[in-house]
Design a protein around this ligand. Structure first.
Ligand code: G
Ligand code: G
Ligand code: MN
Ligand code: NA
Length: 254
């Protein structure tokens, strides 16, 4: 049996789960979380996205997998909504460009919100810079329809690859996520430090939230804080955690 067949079966049998990583403010207060997909493979154990996402994108299985991920995220939001301490959480979900470009994407998101009863403004979709490479008007149109319903958007890994600054202020975005590599080397590499500062400043000019991903040390956080960044995601605060551990962490930090 090929991995492709296993992936197809795995999606049909819902062998996927999320690990949740908290997103925190300057004082460690919880602001939300990112849902990071894992495959509970029947024989190979828990697989990270790098072990199945490339295949999913190559084979088109990213469409049903992405749909499943949206279902899972909205289902979780609906569960948390009835819990006093967890109801305020928002969940960020990564959306592959291939998935976003599909004509039925907007309808599917609206349908899953309706079916699960999740509050749209608790759902944040993380889009990739690659979407800025072509047909930006179509991207804007789709984002706008969802944004009207309250769904929020972040531009992920900002600065990693191609970025059109001219398009940036046309997109109905809420947030920029600073590329992890800049954060990693912010204290040791002048170019990365400059990029991180530039992204924070750009976000401010555009009126967007900005979050630094991959913050592992207090020193990195301090540098970013001095640059004006006030939201952090990284091992310093928390690793991505299984849902029960994540919930305990949230309840403890309240
Ligand atoms: O923690 P981590 O190894 O989980 O994530 C690796 C990469 O996989 C991240 O860059 C993230 O964007 C991507 N990823 C994680 N979950 C999902 C998902 O549900 N959908 C898509 N398209 N990408 C995801
Ligand atoms: O979608 P995105 O590429 O932003 O996903 C975030 C990725 O960064 C995930 O793979 C997650 O596990 C990883 N990550 C989150 N915090 C840290 C960190 O502090 N250090 C490192 N090395 N990776 C991190
Ligand atoms: Mn992401
Ligand atoms: Na991503």
């Amino acid at each position: 049996i090929t991995l492709e067949k296993e992936l197809r079966n795995g999606i049909a049998q819902k062998q996927f789960l999320f690990h949740y990583q908290s997103q925190a403010g300057g004082n460690g207060q919880l602001l939300g979380c990112e849902a990071l997909l894992r495959w509970q493979h029947p024989s190979r154990g828990l697989l990270a996205p790098s072990e199945f996402l490339p295949l999913a994108e190559k084979t088109g299985l990213i469409a049903p997998l992405g749909q499943l991920a949206l279902d899972m995220a909205c289902g979780q939001l609906a569960l948390w909504a009835s819990h006093p301490e967890l109801a305020a959480l928002s969940v960020a979900v990564n959306v592959s460009s291939i998935q976003f470009r599909r004509p039925e994407f907007v309808e599917q998101v609206l349908a899953v919100l309706q079916r699960t009863g999740a509050e749209p403004h608790r759902l944040k979709l993380e889009l990739s810079e690659h979407l800025l490479a072509n047909n930006v008007p179509c991207v804007i149109e789709k984002m706008s329809v969802l944004k009207l319903q309250g769904v929020r958007f972040a531009l992920d890994d900002f600065g990693r690859s191609y970025s059109s600054l001219s398009h940036l202020n046309q997109l109905p975005l809420n947030e920029l996520k600073i590329e992890r590599a800049f954060v990693h080397d912010v204290l040791t590499n002048n170019n990365d430090a400059a990029m991180a500062k530039m992204i924070v400043a750009l976000a401010k000019i555009l009126g967007l939230h900005v979050i630094a991903v991959g913050v592992e040390t207090e020193a990195q956080k301090e540098f970013l804080s001095e640059a004006g960044c006030v939201e952090y995601q990284g091992y310093l605060h928390s690793h991505p955690l299984p849902v029960d551990e994540f919930e305990l962490q949230v309840l403890k930090t309240k």
